[in-house]
Write a protein that binds this ligand. Structure first.
Ligand SMILES: Cc1cc2nc3c(=O)[nH]c(=O)nc-3n(C[C@H](O)[C@H](O)[C@H](O)COP(=O)(O)OP(=O)(O)OC[C@H]3O[C@@H](n4cnc5c(N)ncnc54)[C@H](O)[C@@H]3O)c2cc1C
Length: 465
């Protein structure tokens, strides 16, 4: 079913990496009739759309919520079966010293909450939404998210928290990032709320793999691309686990900076372009705590996503502090995986900085991992008092875990800051036949962003071939 490498294999297109952008692009290109190979260094497909099983529990790493746009993208570029499995998460909760709120995370509900709970005028809210809707990538408006919040809700740190906190978790952006990165992502969610894939990441990736195979993609697992091979600054192949594969087009789903620096080599790029590469900031990483509820135990439905914090005021950079008290609890009830035996699991997610974890020696690293597990259980106690008696498994992941799994620089969860999109899009002008798709520029990250960027790049490839 999956392919083995053989010296001298020939393809039209090699896709490096099976994140959602790589998978979606490979599927699209194969359906257009191109002979497409997909190389993934890991033994599982999906990249950060990952799951793992331990002691009878299945944990999702990044299936916490995405906008309704996924339904359309999945129907158009995957299958109706996949699109039809997308369901709404109806109970999104906030619990912090400034407010305790439950919402459907839709524009109607947010408007109601902002008027009734925060006493904001309907005009200010309408103007804010209109401003976000008018934002356009090509405007080159360099204002920050902070500027937009101060314009419409001056001095209202509580309102800023309601509007910004989920987006900071969703794509790592802060108040100091370009307002467009906030505007696009927030508007996507405000369209119709937050959605998930019923059946879990494992089922989704299985269905996608079936589609890829049906459409003729050759899939190579445990196949690390070491180099993209060039002749006269034109792609001529890839070297995978020491084996040479021929192709004139490569779509790299590896991190854009790894693609430039390691898979190609800086010496092949023009100095003006390299200047932009050097200025590209890597986005932040994450920590997670996985909590398995013992078989036979249950927890009552207390919401699907719970944003908690003990911080008196909102500060988007505090969210990634080593000792942050701000975390999102993703609650997985039996409805998440109706095809499996009824089980409950909870995943706590925190934003994190690479340096805080990378500088620790092994002993401190293990101690700090235990600490974030303890902190998360302590925080959970506020709404599940007997949580410790119900669990039989805990584990923590850190930026180092994400690095080990994907090799993304600094274990980043969300690619690069805004400027990374430009270098990603310009790769084919530097090296003939080289393209990138995957989390970049904040707006192209997340499940929907990565998937749609895969299609944008695949479309560009098809029109250039
Ligand atoms: C903890 C966490 C929580 C998240 N929560 C959400 C969420 O709730 N909602 C949401 O929408 N998004 C979420 N995200 C973000 C989302 O998961 C990612 O933006 C998206 O999955 C990234 O897809 P991608 O196409 O950029 O590739 P990635 O998932 O980054 O995958 C890249 C793939 O390339 C492979 N690769 C790299 N180099 C090579 C090589 N040389 N040879 C072969 N293979 C290679 C890697 O092994 C990997 O499989 C979360 C991310 C994290 C880390």
């Amino acid at each position: 079913m999956f392919k083995n490498l053989e010296e001298g294999m020939v393809y039209d297109i090699a896709v490096i990496g099976s994140g959602l952008a790589g998978l979606t692009a490979a599927n699209y290109l194969a359906k257009l009739g191109y002979k497409t190979a997909l190389f993934e260094q890991h033994y599982m497909l999906g990249g950060l759309a990952a799951h793992f099983s331990r002691k009878g529990h299945i944990f999702d790493v990044s299936l916490h919520g995405f906008p309704i746009g996924m339904v359309k993208s999945c129907r158009k570029y995957w299958s109706s079966e996949i699109a039809d499995s997308i369901v709404q998460l109806k109970r999104i909760c906030f619990l912090n010293p400034q407010f305790n709120i439950e919402t459907t995370f839709t524009r109607e509900d947010f408007t109601k909450i902002l008027i009734e709970r925060f006493h904001i005028s309907p005009e200010a809210i309408e103007n804010f939404f209109q401003k976000l809707n008018q934002m356009n990538f090509y405007d080159k408006d360099r204002r920050r998210t902070r500027d937009i919040f101060e314009e419409f809700f001056p001095g209202r740190n509580d309102v800023h928290r309601l509007l910004m906190e989920p987006i900071s978790y969703a794509n790592g952006s802060t108040m100091d990032d370009e307002a467009i990165t906030y505007g696009i992502v927030f508007s996507n969610f405000m369209n119709k709320g937050v959605y998930t894939f019923e059946g879990g990441t494992d089922l989704l990736i299985k269905k996608m793999t079936d589609e890829l195979l049906k459409n003729g993609v050759d899939i190579f697992k445990r196949s690390k691309v070491e180099k993209i091979l060039l002749k006269d600054r034109q792609v001529v192949g890839v070297k995978v686990n020491g084996t040479h594969i021929q192709c004139h087009t490569v779509l790299s789903n590896a991190h854009v900076l790894n693609t430039i620096k390691n898979l190609i080599g800086e010496e092949y790029f023009l100095s003006e372009f390299l200047e932009k590469v050097r200025k590209t900031r890597i986005n932040n990483s994450s920590c997670q705590v996985y909590i398995g509820i013992r078989e036979g135990e249950s927890i009552e439905d207390m919401g699907d996503l719970i944003f908690t914090s003990e911080n008196e005021r909102f500060d988007s950079t505090e969210l990634r502090d080593f000792h942050t008290t701000s975390r999102t609890f993703s609650m997985y009830y039996p409805k998440t995986r109706p095809q499996e035996k009824p089980m409950y699991a909870i995943v706590a997610s925190m934003n994190a900085n690479w340096d805080d974890w990378n500088r620790l020696d092994e002993e401190s690293y293990q101690r700090e991992k235990k600490r974030i597990i303890e902190d998360s259980l302590q925080s959970l106690k506020q709404f599940i008092p007997h949580i410790r008696e119900k669990i039989d498994y805990t584990e923590a992941a850190t930026p180092k875990t994400l690095f080990r799994y994907t090799e993304h620089p600094c274990g980043t969860s969300f690619g690069t800051k805004f400027e990374g999109l430009e270098i990603s899009m310009e790769l084919s002008e530097q090296i003939k036949g080289l393209y990138h798709a995957g989390s970049v520029g904040i707006i192209m990250s997340g499940w929907l962003g990565a998937m749609n960027y895969g299609i944008i790049t695949a479309h560009k490839i098809a029109s250039n071939l």
